[in-house]
Design a protein around this ligand. Sequence first.
Ligand SMILES: [Zn+2]
Ligand SMILES: [Zn+2]
Length: 174
Amino acid sequence: MSEEPSPLSGGCLCGRVRYEARPMDRDGYYCHCRMCQLAFGNTRAAYLNLRKDEMRWLAPPAFYASSKIARRGFCSRCGTPLSFEFLDSDRMDLAVGSLDDPALIRPTEHFSIETRLDAWHAEDGLPGERLDSNQRIGGLWRQAYGESVVPGLQAVRDAATIDTPMTPTTKDPG
Ligand SMILES: [Zn+2]
Ligand SMILES: [Zn+2]
């Protein structure tokens, strides 16, 4: 028990982004939310959750704000999705597939099961949690988007529509 496991390493497809991680455990989970489906271009995302101070970027990724409260790391050259984090958290997620040895991580639960795609899911006996029943995450969304927000993709798209400057409808002739 006293022996510290060797660090995990990983990075993107093309090799530009690299990281090293020393998580407390090797438990992963699936996220089935619509935003992760889109961010990964896949039916679900597989994550390793760890403290931010348990990993370091050796060659950092680019980031984009996927909502007002979170950012996602990706490789700006090859596009590999690498990470997810709430800005206001000391924890983050790494994409399991980005590890040099993804087999070291085993799935232990499902998250956002209300948008899980039944046809792409084989019952594995693992516990699941609904996104809309997670009070902590709901609170983060309400703080950023207002009390009536339904956390998720539509809220981000609605807010983006409002924030985007109007395109001028008139053009200078000639
Ligand atoms: Zn890359
Ligand atoms: Zn998700």
